[in-house]
Design a protein around this ligand. Structure first.
Ligand code: IPM
Ligand code: MN
Length: 348
């Protein structure tokens, strides 16, 4: 029995989480294991009602679980997104989930906007550093609100933080039969922080002689992801660049509705959430694509030791795509819940 914390969050997070839970319930029957799923109502509603974002003691409480699944956070009634930052970034930082693992994998040829590309061309994973970089919110204002205002926003890179994400990328390559690790930085301009990335990468790469190692500037990566995506196997990069290139990666595989992600600290409770946001415009309409959330649930299962079930879910998604059981964002006519039902029916 594994214990899963479910935090649907806001907007379409609620609907896509419902389908992910449906698929998890189905797959545990088919594969004969048991998940105890406990729901938490953290999100905008609770924040507006009680002023609570991440409740007191939440991190200790969640540490007792095997994994956490989250939908999405964001609500127009909270314009500064305070609750979203508190909850999502609070969990990433508070649980020290230093790997943001985001696969970029095309599951149906028709989904990519790239001309003439097939499934084998778009199949790589991004290891995004998830606990430092520009996300530490270090900096300050001087003379705020005056014509002489100065705003400083720092990027924090620690030797330990940089090394552990690079090591994680190489370890993944070894374990998953990947041939190449590409480090993405901007060391031609960011001469201190990304110099550290360059030196650390070169050092770690030496420990993995069987894996090809190369580096790219992030602007070039943006271009190559479109022109020659087949060159990528494993990308490792900092928090901000990882944020940006994984939205581009999502587009390559059919849009944000298709993209899965895990916030991971190996050996510890980890958090799985689709890449997309709460899309308030579509909330409650039963039109959002639940595939990203369902693929995220599969990633979670793989992480807690149910690799076979995880593969079966991905295969069911591939089949659902092939038979056209899809939502409108990717050209189908199904509702959110119909896509969830179709994927469950394909899990035998
Ligand atoms: C993501 C999101 C978050 C991020 C936001 C909501 C803080 O864009 O998970 O990619 O920037 O990490
Ligand atoms: Mn993002």
């Amino acid at each position: 029995m594994k214990h899963i914390a479910i935090i649907p969050g806001d907007g379409i997070g609620v609907e896509v989480t419902r389908e992910a839970v449906k698929v998890l319930s189905r797959v545990q029957q088919v594969y004969g294991f048991s998940l105890q799923m406990t729901h938490f109502d953290w999100g905008a509603e609770k924040y507006l009602r009680e002023g609570v974002t991440l409740p007191e003691g939440a991190l200790e409480m969640l540490s007792e679980y095997d994994a956490i699944f989250a939908g999405a956070f964001g609500d127009p009634r909270v314009p500064d997104m305070k609750h979203a930052a508190d909850i999502l970034l609070g969990l990433r930082f508070g649980l020290d989930l230093y790997i943001n693992l985001r696969p970029v994998k095309l599951l149906h040829e028709g989904l990519t906007p790239l001309k003439g590309r097939s499934r084998k061309d778009i199949d790589f994973v991004v290891f995004r550093e998830n606990t430092e970089g520009m996300y530490v919110n270090s900096g300050g204002f001087f003379k705020k609100g005056t014509p002489d205002e100065i705003a400083i926003q720092e990027e924090l890179n620690t030797r330990k933080g940089v090394e552990r994400i690079i090591v994680a990328a190489f370890e993944y390559a070894v374990k998953n039969g990947r041939k190449r690790v590409t480090m993405v930085d901007k060391s031609n301009v960011l001469r201190y922080g990304h110099d550290l990335w360059q030196r650390t990468f070169a050092e770690v790469a030496k420990r993995y002689p069987a894996i090809e190692a190369n580096t790219q500037y992030v602007d070039a990566t943006a271009m190559w992801m479109v022109l020659k995506p087949e060159q990528f196997d494993v990308i490792v990069t900092n928090n901000m660049f990882g944020d940006i290139i994984t939205d581009l990666g999502a587009a390559l595989q059919g849009g944000l509705g298709m993209a899965a992600s895990g916030n991971i600290h190996p050996g510890r409770v980890s958090l799985f959430e689709p890449v997309h946001g709460s899309a308030p415009k579509y909330a409650g309409k039963n039109v959002s694509n639940p595939m990203g959330a369902i693929l995220t649930a599969a990633m979670m299962l793989e992480y807690i030791g149910y690799g076979e079930a995880a593969k079966a879910i991905e295969q069911a998604v591939v089949e659902a795509l092939a038979q056209g059981s899809t939502t409108r964002d990717i050209g189908g006519r199904c509702s959110t819940s119909e896509v969830g039902d179709a994927i469950c029916a394909l899990l035998k």
